[in-house]
Design a protein around this ligand. Structure first.
Ligand code: SF4
Ligand code: SF4
Length: 99
């Protein structure tokens, strides 16, 4: 699943700099996530950093966009072709939950 920002967002901006993919920006009314850039932080962090940073817990999973770890990791590699990304408990919440 990609992550989305719900109406509870208070526009504090805390999430924006936490995203390893630059997926978060100010939208028309609240901050928004570009689903084509969101990897649920797979490839970088074992948790979704925006959700971790968000005071009102407005960064949540989008139940309408189910995605596998493989899909998300492939996206991360395309976004960062110059970096050697890995899949471990520290870089994938799929594995962090399993361990
Ligand atoms: S889950 Fe990670 S990759 Fe997706 S928007 Fe949040 S910080 Fe960015
Ligand atoms: S951290 Fe949460 S409340 Fe702050 S801008 Fe991001 S989504 Fe909105």
């Amino acid at each position: 699943m990609a992550t989305i920002i719900i109406d509870d967002c208070i526009n504090c901006g805390a999430c924006e700099d936490e995203c390893p993919n630059g997926a978060i920006s100010m939208g028309e009314e609240i901050f928004v996530i570009d689903p084509d850039l969101c990897t649920e932080c797979v490839g970088h962090h074992g948790e979704q950093m925006c959700a971790l940073a968000c005071p009102p817990e407005a960064c949540v999973q989008d139940p309408g966009r189910l995605e596998t770890e493989e899909t998300l990791f492939t996206r991360a590699q395309k976004i960062h072709p110059d970096r050697s990304l890995t899949l471990t408990a520290e870089t994938s919440h799929f594995r962090a939950k399993a361990s």
